[in-house]
Design a protein around this ligand. Structure first.
Ligand code: F6P
Length: 546
């Protein structure tokens, strides 16, 4: 019986896990290591050179088997198959969820409403290949005959975070002399600061929006268009603007030539779209061959997720460990800590991927969830910077925060000792979280009694460590697909729809109603609007000019 038919918390495995929690809550991970010399081997998994060490978790074999039993009782196997085979699992929007089709490197057809989507996926990939090569080679010229030197992706949310994170992560693979910029915020500063250093004659704008109606993106795109037209005239638009969208009508209405449009489809969720044409900026930056390697890495993780038994399945294990902590240890937060400067935008990307997907309070059947927590708050920073910022709280604070450490065995910039120091730090952090330090140990170091308690680390704080050989496009693809599937697993257990985002609508609508008050087109009904208008009237526009 699946959780949708029966309340999740009444499932036998859930009940057993409640007891399991009581059994294990006072067991120390260090003691489990002492009792099992093979714990590291028993609780680690590999996929090629992608390695997950999950031995530093508050689990033993019995816990894992119960967690996997819960996954079975919730129908995870069937749910995975339903997603991969194009069933309309996005139930509130009646859509299939097929970001996996975008990186399907097999010959398997994938059907939506009786139509194999693979031919159109491949056609757009060919279009991306042709266009990215033309821009990179200089064959694509701006309206004055100059080569493109700067790409500006205008988009927000999934139409920004994926491409901006990946281009940064793969900076080492980027073509020299071709610069990528990302404008997302409606705050005019974002666009103004980006345009300040650019030459319209050598700039290409990619307007990325699934709906092509998003206020921020359309406003930024119109301002960028104005900037370009001021310098080069309206005829220049076709050489300097391309669009990526599911909405051809709106793209045409905006004035972008449909020949310069790259299509994707409603079965690609915004936060799962970097693999689609939304990844065009990535493709231009790193070239089509490396973009294909990114897709291939994700495909390898997809195949693993689809076929590996749960006990050897990396996303399933990661997902179920998250369930263990969210629902039984009542952890409300998850930290993601990449020890790789190139991955510095990964936490921001995962915030959307995870929190927009699983930040839900009703089940798929429309029932309010009252008896368990859903998606955690996710945050992070790259190591070692975070160590000098919030790790104090991770080690000694009162919150219980499971951590994911992510690190490449080899750096793309070894720089003498730097990478060994980085590696030593990431291993040390996981060890410190797990082992902590007792008062006896503190006193044995000669610390005075009155200070001793301050220097105690309670320890027994869990973490996963993911190590890849190095962060190539392939292994980055694997990592991102792994997190997508982890999120999926958890959504299945919580019986929520991970693929809509209705929680963003209310604020958008209210902002539309408030705007006329700020523009003086409607009487002021918000006290705060009144106060702000008063301050705006006082403001001398020249006072900030350098
Ligand atoms: O505001 C939420 C959201 O709908 C995200 O899900 C999406 O990634 C983003 O806005 C941008 O939407 P679009 O690509 O349609 O402009």
């Amino acid at each position: 019986m699946t959780a949708s038919k029966k309340n999740l918390t009444s499932l036998p495995a859930w009940q057993a896990l409640e007891n399991e929690y009581n059994r294990i809550k006072d067991v120390r991970m260090q003691d489990m290591f002492a009792q099992n010399p093979h714990r590291f081997e028993d609780f680690s998994l590999s996929l090629e050179d992608f390695f997950l060490d999950y031995s530093k978790n508050r689990i033993d074999a019995n816990t894992v088997s119960l967690l996997l039993k819960l996954a079975e009782e919730c129908g995870l196997k069937e749910a995975i198959e339903a997603m991969f085979s194009g069933e309309k699992i996005n139930s509130t929007e009646h859509r299939a969820v097929l970001h996996t089709a975008l990186r399907n490197m097999s010959d398997r057809p994938i059907y939506v409403d009786g139509e194999d989507v693979m031919p159109k996926v491949k056609a757009v990939l060919r279009q991306m290949e042709k266009f990215s090569e033309a821009v990179r080679s200089g064959e694509w010229k701006g309206s004055t005959g100059k080569e493109i030197t700067d790409i500006v992706n205008i988009g927000i949310g999934g139409s920004d975070l994926g491409p901006s994170m990946v281009t940064e992560a793969l900076k080492k693979y980027q073509k020299k002399g071709l610069h990528c910029h990302f404008v997302s915020n409606i705050d005019g500063t974002d666009l103004a600061e980006t345009l300040a250093d650019l030459n319209p004659a050598t700039t290409l704008f990619i307007i990325s929006s699934k709906t092509f109606t998003t206020q921020e993106t359309i406003t930024n795109a119109l301002s960028a268009r104005k900037w370009l037209i001021n310098e080069l005239g309206v005829a220049a638009v076709s050489k300097h603007f391309v669009a990526i969208s599911t909405n051809r009508k709106e793209v045409e209405a905006f004035g972008i030539n449909p020949d310069n449009m790259f299509e994707f489809w409603d079965w690609v969720g915004g936060r799962y779209s970097l693999w689609s044409a939304i990844g065009l900026s990535i493709c231009i930056a790193i070239g089509f061959a490396d973009f294909t390697r990114l897709l291939a890495g994700a495909f390898a993780m997809d195949e693993h997720f689809r076929t590996a038994p749960f006990a050897a399945n990396i996303p399933v294990i990661m997902g179920m460990l998250g369930i263990w902590y969210c629902n039984f240890f009542h952890a409300e937060v998850q930290a993601v800590l990449p020890y790789d400067q190139y991955l510095r935008r990964l936490p921001a990307y995962l915030q959307q991927a995870d929190m927009e997907s699983n930040g839900k309070g009703v089940t798929k059947d429309g029932e309010r969830i009252v008896s368990y927590q859903t998606g955690p708050v996710l945050f992070g920073e790259p190591g070692t910077n975070g160590q000098h910022s919030f790790y104090q709280l991770l080690h000694q604070g009162t919150h219980f925060i499971p951590c994911d450490f992510i690190v490449p065995a080899n750096s793309l910039n070894e720089m003498g000792e730097h990478h060994s120091i980085l590696l030593a730090n990431v291993i040390a952090q996981a060890e410190a979280l797990m082992c902590g330090k007792t008062k006896e140990e503190v006193l044995a170091e000669g610390v005075e009694e009155e200070l001793a308690e301050h220097k105690v680390f309670l320890g027994n704080r869990p973490s996963n460590t993911i190590v890849v050989e190095h962060f190539s496009p392939y292994y980055l693809g694997m990592l991102l697909a792994m997190y997508e599937h982890k999120i999926f697993v958890q959504g299945v257990i919580w019986n929520i729809n991970s693929f809509d985002q209705m929680g963003v609508e209310l604020g958008k609508k209210l902002a539309k109603d408030i705007l006329p008050e700020l523009k003086g087109d409607k009487p002021v009904s918000h006290a705060l609007v009144g106060k702000i208008l008063e301050m705006r009237n006082k403001h001398d526009d020249t006072s900030y000019t350098a």
